[in-house]
Design a protein around this ligand. Sequence first.
Ligand code: NDP
Length: 254
Amino acid sequence: MKLFDLSGRVAVITGGNGGIGLGMGRGLAGAGAGVMVAGRNAEKNAAAVAELEALGAKAAAVEVDVTDAESCGAMVARTLAAFGRVDILVNNAGIGLRRQPQDYALEEWHRVLETNLTGAFTCSQAVYPQMCRQGGGKIINIGSMLSIFGASFSAPYSASKGGIVQLGKSLAIAWAEDNIQVNTVLPGWINTELTIQTRKDVSGLHERVLARTPAGRWGEPEDHAGIAVFLASAASDFLTGTAIPVDGGYSISI
Ligand code: NDP
């Protein structure tokens, strides 16, 4: 459908080399977008590009560390060199460290905040001038159920994911006049590298998630393909500053 058509559009996805980022990349590629896979790990980047190309998409990769502002600037420059434009930024790169609040080293707190929150801000700043030159754009942030809820073992992660929703609202207001829409996706519990380890570490988590999720299963990265296309396309032009759960109903269930 034309409303969801992304032909000729270009998306940069931080952390696009696996998990939810690649799930979104598959969706965006399927709707016709070119995809710049932006992650730290060159091997994972190359494998993701090969997979997207096999789907018939135009794809390329850039090594980026979102905690480094220069690296974020270089990511945009590489995207322009490869594709000539940037229409969509997915701020998906993220890490989590599980400890009780009193046990975090300050460096660990900063590492999580700098990756999950400051990185999204820096990448948004980096794409802004080009989106303005092109007459608009779409920024998709990745929050979490921990944008809504707290957890004893995730103080910096929860702070970063609460913060990214508020960041999204402020960017949405500031850049509405530039025709840039900024929205945040709140994934539920999704089967990725990030949660495979969590499930091993947190006893009973797997069963608790299943019991509370009306859909009756953990999510998969592919469950985020549709929301990515919606938020990247003209279908969402009057939608900005929102935080949308994609969680099989987890957040509306007790
Ligand atoms: P993954 O671990 O598979 O993906 C995380 C991605 O972030 C990797 O591709 C990694 O790339 C990238 N990344 C981490 N640090 C940096 C950095 N400094 N610079 C650039 N890239 C970086 O896990 P998910 O797919 O699960 O996570 C993706 C996002 O979804 C995260 O923001 C996470 O918080 C969020 N999320 C996940 C949920 C889940 O249940 N899985 C639930 C809610 C939110 P590389 O390997 O190259 O470093």
